[in-house]
Design a binder for this molecule. Structure first.
Ligand code: PMP
Length: 358
């Protein structure tokens, strides 16, 4: 079929069975005689698609009724400003743990609406670790973290204890990749285009009692209240992306849920990191205990070797391994949908490349 192993950071690989199911249902969804792309978001068929997606999401992440689930648009980047607009209810101030490029963007957007205090940062060492000490205040509306840092390849293995202050997490690049207690968070958000489905859909999981306290001039579309009240159908939602995300949720549920995929993700990451630790050519600069299970940056000793590696890997069907332009080198994103065989093939290729280029 000529499919490659796609290590893209996002949009990224989707489970093949999900793509096949979407293809099978493309022309005639469930006897409706039309594709999901063509149907009204208020039709009976679509209502069951969106409700089913929400209920599988709740099941997979064990989300109880005290949380609202919002299917919105605008990417995680829009949440950088929607979050302060909606949560700056008392102090108009938030604490941020700055662990990389995406944290920095969240910080600068929050500053448009109030104060963003950096309670800890790993910028001093190019974001190669996750700070352990934080200077958190009780007089802030929330604490924000980027739970997995897509560019830098780090993650919070455990999450900060913020007491009564809501913890807000950007989980764009790791949502549903490991088990976690949603009850620790006031709000979790993620763009769908890495672990959940196609671009265009952003998922917000928010404690319902945090909703409705938005800043006075918050536009209707940017209020969580609007989307919560209308069950994400205030306006036309990203219909097709929600449908495909629902298929991804079903794929994950059928295989045993987040617990099962976490085991597989640990296995995949171990294969790659174990090789990197042995290699005399390739280097991963991240503090070992903070290593991401999803995004693995690495470099060869010279720019020439990096370029040669990327080119030859592509020829071998191992694609999109170029690192982010801010970081350089290579990056293998090994999200939920990347099979173990893909990582084994990558490591075999790296071994061969190392031998050939000694
Ligand atoms: N946060 C993180 C952790 C990300 O990885 C990304 C996208 N790569 C974003 C935010 C921005 O997401 P979007 O493109 O959906 O706005």
């Amino acid at each position: 079929m000529n499919r490659v192993y796609n290590f893209s950071a996002g949009p990224s690989i989707l489970p093949e069975s999900v793509l096949a199911k979407a293809a099978e249902e493309m022309l005639n969804y469930n006897g409706t005689g039309m594709s999901v792309m063509e149907m009204s978001h208020r039709s009976k068929a679509y209502t069951s698609i969106i409700e089913n997606a929400e209920s599988l999401l709740r099941k997979l992440m064990k989300i109880d009724d005290s949380y609202s689930i919002l299917f919105v648009q605008g990417g995680a980047s829009t949440q950088f400003s929607m979050i302060p607009m909606n949560l700056f209810s008392k102090y108009k101030k938030a604490d941020f743990i700055n662990t990389g490029n995406w944290s920095k963007k969240a910080i600068s957007e929050a500053k448009l609406f109030g104060a963003a205090n950096v309670a800890a940062s790993s910028e001093d060492s190019n974001f190669t670790y996750i700070p352990e000490e934080y200077n958190l205040s009780q007089e802030v509306d929330y604490v924000h973290i980027t739970s997995n840092n897509t560019l830098e390849g780090t993650r919070f293995v455990t999450f900060p204890d913020t007491g009564n202050v809501p913890l807000v997490a950007d989980m764009s690049s790791e949502i549903m990749s490991r088990e976690m207690d949603v009850n620790k968070f006031g709000l979790i958000y993620a763009g769908a285009q890495k672990n959940l489905g196609p671009a265009g859909l952003t998922i917000v999981i928010v404690k319902t009692d945090l909703i409705g306290k938005h800043l006075e001039n918050t536009p209707t579309m940017l209020r969580y209240e609007t989307h919560a009240k209308e069950k994400s159908l205030y306006n036309t939602p990203p219909c097709y992306s929600i449908y495909v995300a629902g298929l991804v949720f079903k794929w994950l549920d059928d295989m045993g849920g987040v617990k099962t995929i976490e085991k597989i993700n640990n296995e995949k990451a171990a294969i790659l990191y174990n090789f990197l630790d042995e290699s005399k050519m390739f280097l991963n600069k991240v503090n070992r205990k903070d290593r991401s299970l999803m995004n693995v940056p690495f470099t060869a000793p010279t720019d020439e070797l990096n370029e040669k590696f990327i080119k030859e890997a592509e020829q071998a069907g191992l694609c999109t391994l170029r690192g982010h332009r801010l970081i350089g080198g290579m990056r293998a994103s090994i999200y939920n949908a990347m099979p173990v065989e893909g990582v084994i093939k990558l490591v075999d290729f790296m071994k061969k490349f190392e031998l050939e280029n000694k």
